[in-house]
Design a binder for this molecule. Sequence first.
Ligand SMILES: Nc1ncnc2c1ncn2[C@@H]1O[C@H](COP(=O)(O)OP(=O)(O)OP(=O)(O)O)[C@@H](O)[C@H]1O
Length: 323
Amino acid sequence: MTAVLSLKEVGIRYDPDPAAALAVRNVTLEVHPGETLGLVGESGSGKSSLAAAIAGLLPRQAATEGRVTFDGVDMAAMDASAQRRLRGAKIATIAQDPFTSLNPVVRIGRQLVEFQHWRRDLSAAARWARAAEMLARVGLSDAELRMRQYPHQLSGGIRQRVAIAAALLVNPRLLIADEPTTALDATTEDQIIDLIRAARAEMDGAVVFITHDMGVVRRLCDKVAILYAGELVEAGPVDAVFAAPRHPYTRALLACDPAGIAEPSRNLPTIPGTVPAPSDLPPGCIFAPRCDRALAICHRTRPQRTEVGPGRAAACHLTGAAA
Ligand SMILES: Nc1ncnc2c1ncn2[C@@H]1O[C@H](COP(=O)(O)OP(=O)(O)OP(=O)(O)O)[C@@H](O)[C@H]1O
């Protein structure tokens, strides 16, 4: 089956100087139709950079390397306007704060009608009806009232539902949700997660869900990709990775937080030390300075990503032993 999204050795550099450090390096992963991929990592690990690269939202001066393929089509083979059209028609994003995607001075209904500008086959009235129907589908029983309101008149949870409705109106092939529940209380978070799960089940496509929260990954995702300091350190099916993590960083994330396995937690646990800056990476394994199992080789040589099970990969010198 062709992947909805495939990244092959993707790197991202914000500084236009080709000699500058890459903020994201060598990321390879795939998401297939029907899958939800959890992209996890501490702050600064590169989650949002990857999402921006996929959605075509990196700053103009940023450079990318490697290959991004969407439904089998290599993005690099298209010119900029064809890329924009494809992304506009097929990729929708939900941000942590829907204020960033909703216009504060335009009523919700008008915004939802405008989001459907590509549906030239529909009249304004039909787009309005479709928007109201979508709001009802995301659980807003008073859709017509909401359509007449401005974003600031809505609570955070309702704004996020509106943002999800807006994303689904595009009928996306890929939905990218960038920490959509971080600003919400636990009950609202649960509702939004259920909603994204239901949306995925209805979509003919896939979801990339960015989060700090391993508990959410366990509840929502089929696959997980764990980023550390701009590199993918482990990836694979959620059940397998959570049952037997193969990278000490993944294990540390789960072990620092015993509830993370049995029960959802809201935040990444604290691991002593900090994530290195892209310009100041250690010479060997990027996690070695914080790894309680590091050997001499870990401080000298960067480990290669290796297959460690069906659909699983990890980049660790200890991979075999650490199992
Ligand atoms: N616009 C930018 N210009 C320069 N560097 C950037 C920019 N955005 C991100 N970076 C750098 O890229 C690296 C990855 O950051 P990114 O924001 O993608 O991480 P993240 O995992 O999404 O973090 P957070 O959870 O805090 O959003 C960091 O070193 C960061 O400083």
